[in-house]
Design a protein around this ligand. Structure first.
Ligand code: PMP
Length: 290
């Protein structure tokens, strides 16, 4: 079955789904994005994702390309047309197409909206849960407004490539004081010997992960203590468990950081429980076509 993408009001075959060369996303990374998990025919945590999108757009003084309700319809329709039951839906919004000039375009330029959906391999997710993943560590070279979910992802591209070349799945970036900030495309967590979840505070220096927020709710509901504080790479390497969170990876156990094995090298029990029960706890929007 051929894949379909939504581009500025039209559902197009992937081969024809293009944006203009002078699109500000292409020229300046002047745009924002979101990615939501599709689980069992439902969009996970869409309300939180759209709330963050509202914030990202507002921080960059960008307009909604369509109103929020219409955007929800487009997400659902793109998923339906691609017959995705378990997978991901991506949306990209840029400041639109305009004659190249660093400052914002003068006058009313409609934002560009692109939505794509793809299925994921349930076997790969099963393997992650059973075996865990490795991460490497790398200096965080991103700009300071990493709280905005922008498409300026070059530092993350470089970090992720470094991870892949080292045979790891993710890169944990660290600040100039040696504290872990977050993953290239995920939030970073460790579990202390007494079973407390530790993750960096979200006020500054990291993206406020939707999955991170969902895990906080899960922890509160299950009597698990969460400490929001920075932790060093050394502390992470000595932790009882480690894991990452993101819409694309839910909660995924980390079993190795650089050359250090975490715990006994197998996924820890706390993260394994959270991963297994994650979808019980989150908001789910039924797609009503399954
Ligand atoms: N941090 C960064 C830098 C990311 O790119 C992502 C993935 N979107 C996350 C954290 C996790 O956020 P979420 O749980 O909303 O996917």
């Amino acid at each position: 079955m051929s894949r379909i993408a939504y581009v500025n009001g039209r559902y197009l075959p992937h081969a024809d789904a293009v944006v203009h060369v002078e699109d500000r996303g292409f020229q300046f990374a002047d745009g924002v994005y979101e990615v939501c998990e599709i689980w069992n025919g439902q969009i996970v945590d869409m309300t939180r994702h759209l709330d963050r999108l509202a914030r990202s757009l507002n921080e960059l003084s960008m307009d909604w390309p369509v109103e929020r309700r219409a955007l929800t319809m487009i997400l659902r329709e793109t998923i339906r047309r691609n017959r995705v039951k378990d997978g991901l839906v991506y949306l990209q919004i840029t400041r639109g197409q305009a004659r190249r000039d660093f400052s914002f375009p003068k006058g009313k330029v409609p934002p560009t909206l692109v939505v794509t959906a793809r299925s994921s391999d349930p076997k790969a997710a099963l393997k992650v849960g059973e075996e865990g993943i490795s991460v490497i560590t790398t200096p965080d070279i991103r700009w300071e407004r990493v709280d905005i979910k922008t498409v300026s992802l070059l530092p993350q591209v470089l970090a992720k490539e470094k991870a892949v070349r080292a045979g790891a799945k993710e890169a944990w970036m660290f600040d100039k004081d040696g504290f872990v900030t977050e993953g290239a495309s995920s939030n970073a967590w460790i579990v202390s010997q007494d079973g407390t979840l530790i993750t960096r505070p979200a006020e500054k220096g990291i993206l406020r992960g939707i999955t991170r927020a969902a895990i906080m709710d899960y922890a509160a509901a299950n009597g698990i203590t969460v400490e929001e504080r920075p932790f060093t790479i050394e502390e992470a390497k000595a932790a009882r468990e480690a894991f990452i969170t993101s819409a694309t990876m839910t909660a995924s156990p980390v079993v190795k950081i650089d050359d250090s094995v975490i715990g006994n090298g197998a996924p820890g029990s706390i993260v394994s429980d959270m991963r297994a029960r994650f979808h019980e706890a989150v908001e789910k929007l039924a797609l009503s076509v399954y």
